[in-house]
Design a protein around this ligand. Structure first.
Ligand code: BDP
Length: 721
């Protein structure tokens, strides 16, 4: 009897343990639909799943649909082997499914391309079914995830009719993961790639990772850091890469690697890595052929060259185009690409850092091989809380430009701040470059439509680590999710994406959804306000970039200091990038150039990015710069307080565990927002010589206190910095 009771107890506690909500299931939670009416509607419409075909992707579709639907409907939804009844979900391609082949959908499927899909409810072959059809298996998988999302977000099945195809061809995560499992700028633990135990040990997370990415349309992963290690190209490591690629393949995810430019020397023991040297070229060709014998769908290379100490073609007086070409030619034979980063700047050049990428790359337009994309960060400096769009967008019409966003929050609160990044990305994507007149948005540059490029893409620097909830902060998951959705369709709205994510991750009750959504939608502007309002940038702590550091003035190179960027003096604040200053504005097309160059028309959010403004100058509000700066910093901190209050009102609506996780982090964020505010204002006050306006809370400590804080073990730092 006792034994029996113990068993029950054990089973009960195990069940409780398994049910604990630690965020590990991401947005792929297939819990039973709570809304009774919706549940009835879905149960009536879905009785079984028919997925014909035998590929690994087909197996993944079948598994996902059966598992997802059974969970959501709270009853077993069987996999069928033939069309039997009304209420069947039929998923497949005309090739894999004789039933779908018989429907004559060719005309409708054709424009959907290799990855698109259609979903329709209706009568087919005399039976009421839900159809998911595509040209290729991977499109069907994307369609299956779409359907599951539709149910998870409580969509109306009666209205379900979708045709969707990705706007961008390459939708890639960039992992800045090192082979020792540290993650540069990673705030969610160590790397999920367990290189030491690969290829023999396949961690269950690899498949989870692939599923999560496929569910949002991501189709590529660069698994190694841009600050590259040539070891990854050694045969034993390539075999580990093969093992990962095998897990990713059914989910449509191609693997990419970073190529260390001097690998022929480090690994091949050649005397040079000169891209025009025949031996060097042969070395790369052989290496690339070797990779393809192991990974037949290898995607290609991502390269950071001649930047921040990385070797590159300029070491041999060759251009970036020549360097890229060396890799592009042998990759072309296998359908691979090179993603060459434009994040290139040198501390030895006295030119404003924000201008250097254009100076370097614009003259090379037209010289890159046709399987090379130039990968450009969203702004001209470095993933700051807010930057104007990068002037390269639109300035290299003959070269496909890829967008690089940073999903990991290096400069936006790292692992502890709730900052939903999609509104920031949306701001950049919607920005008009005027490269070919009005309407030449950044989105049109990168989706290839402005110049008619065949290749197009987006890269997101991953925020994934081996934390149980994957991203450290639960709301970091929303940034991963939103990144994938925007890569599929840069035209989607950030609020609509947030809503999907909330409904899939937390709940469907409209009042609570609205609350969480408003917390998310307010969070980016709040962060800009408490960190870098009015166009300030690059004023964080040195090296680890954690917390405020506007006083940072001594580094190995001036363009890594804060004073280089804010240029505070007794007169005022801000970087003069007008023709009277560095003239960075010249890199933009008219009328953007004049709009940014004029103090009157420059949007206030970029004011100190482009102008050195007097402390006493009046802004649009009638306040002086100093007053406005103080107000922004205070608004930022107050906004976090409101975010926290709003979250706390959700107690009881969200499971205890995830509620507490977020609540604790909001507590940290609130403290840190005040820290940013007080440290920055104390520092800038030494220049303005003005008091913090009445009615605003005064800094809790004096400036030396803030300057004295040190964080030698802040996470994410690269050992070499
Ligand atoms: C900076 C990061 C650094 C990266 C670099 C890059 O601080 O760790 O290596 O970007 O993008 O933002 O290459």
């Amino acid at each position: 009897m006792r034994k029996f009771a113990l068993l029950i107890l054990l089973q009960f506690s195990m069940a409780a343990f398994c049910l604990a909500e630690d965020g590990g299931r991401l947005w792929l939670r297939y819990d039973k639909i709570e809304d009774a009416q919706k549940l009835d509607q879905y149960r009536a419409a879905v009785k079984g799943v028919l997925v014909e075909g035998s590929s690994a992707t087909v197996a993944a579709i079948r598994e996902e649909l059966e598992m997802g639907l059974s969970g959501l409907l709270g009853e077993s939804i069987p996999g069928l082997t033939e069309m039997q009844q009304e209420g069947t979900i039929v998923a497949g391609t005309p090739t894999s499914s004789p039933f779908i082949a018989g429907l004559g959908l060719d005309k409708r499927l054709e424009p959907l391309g290799e990855e698109g899909f259609l979903i329709q409810t209706g009568k087919f072959g005399g039976k009421k079914i839900i159809l998911i059809a595509a040209n290729r298996d991977i499109g069907v998988l994307y369609g299956a995830f779409h359907l599951l999302r539709y149910l998870q977000t409580n969509g109306d099945l009666g209205k379900l009719a979708v045709e969707s195809a990705p706007k961008l061809k390459l939708r890639i995560l960039n992992h800045w993961d090192n082979l020792d499992r540290t993650v540069e700028r990673g705030y969610a633990g160590f790397s999920i790639w367990d290189w030491h135990r690969l290829p023999g040990y396949i961690d269950a997370r690899y498949k989870e990772y692939a599923r999560a990415n496929a569910s949002i349309g991501i189709n590529g992963a660069v698994v190694t850091n841009v600050n590259a290690n040539s070891l990854i190209l050694r045969p034993d490591y390539l075999d580990k890469v093969r093992a990962l690629a095998d897990v990713f393949r059914p989910y449509g995810i191609r693997i990419y690697l970073t190529a260390r430019f001097n690998a022929p020397m480090e690994l091949g023991k050649l005397k040079t890595a000169d891209p025009l040297d025949p031996e060097v070229r042969q070395w790369w060709k052989d290496k690339i052929d070797e990779i393809y014998t192991l990974v037949p769908d290898f995607g290609g290379f991502l390269v950071k060259a001649n930047s921040e100490g990385q070797p590159g073609p300029q070491n041999y007086n060759r251009t970036h185009a020549e360097g890229a070409d060396m890799l592009a030619q042998p990759l072309k034979a296998h359908n691979g690409v090179v993603m060459w980063r434009a994040f290139v700047y040198s501390g030895d050049v006295p030119v404003d850092r924000s201008k250097q990428a254009n100076n370097e790359f614009v003259p090379l337009d037209g010289q890159f091989a046709d399987n090379v994309l130039v990968q450009v960060k969203n702004g001209p400096i470095d993933f700051q809380p807010r930057e104007p769009f990068h002037p390269l967008f639109g300035a290299m019409p003959s070269t496909p430009l890829m967008m690089e966003f940073q999903v990991t929050q290096e400069y936006l609160g790292q692992g502890t701040h709730l900052v939903y990044l999609a509104p920031m990305w949306e701001e950049v994507l919607d920005a008009d470059t005027y490269a070919k007149g009005p309407g030449s948005t950044v989105a049109k540059v990168i989706d290839g439509s402005l110049e008619g490029h065949r290749l197009s893409g987006m890269a997101g620097v991953s925020n994934i680590g081996n934390d149980r909830n994957w991203t450290g902060h639960l709301f970091g998951q929303a940034n991963w999710y939103a990144y994938g959705r925007l890569a599929w369709n840069p035209g989607l709205g950030s609020a609509e994406i947030a809503e999907e994510w909330i409904r899939m991750t937390f709940l469907n009750d409209p009042g609570s959804v609205e609350k969480i959504k408003s917390v998310m939608m307010a969070s980016h502007e709040a962060c800009v306000d408490y960190m870098t309002p009015l166009g300030l940038h690059h004023i964080m702590g040195a090296g680890h970039h954690y917390g405020p550091g506007p006083w940072v003035s001594r580094m190995s190179r001036p363009d890594w200091t804060s004073v280089y960027y804010h240029k505070a003096d007794k007169e005022g604040l801000g970087f003069d990038r007008t023709p009277a200053g560095s003239n960075a504005v010249e890199q933009y097309f008219e009328p953007v150039r004049s709009r940014f160059a004029s103090r009157e028309s420059c949007p206030e959010k970029y004011l100190l990015w482009f102008h050195h403004v007097k402390w006493t100058d009046k802004l649009a509000s009638g306040k002086t710069l100093w007053e406005a700066l103080c107000l922004h910093y205070h608004h930022g901190a107050e906004a976090v307080n409101r975010m926290r209050t709003s979250w706390e009102s959700l107690k009881g609506k969200i499971d205890e565990e995830r509620f507490e996780q977020v609540d604790m982090l909001l507590g940290i964020q609130e403290k840190e927002a005040k820290w940013w505010r007080d440290a920055c204002l104390s520092y800038f006050q030494t220049f303005s010589g003005m008091d913090i306006p009445d009615g605003l809370e005064k800094p809790a400590h004096d400036l030396p206190y803030y300057e004295s804080l040190s964080f030698p073990y802040a996470p994410g730092i690269r050992p070499r910095w």
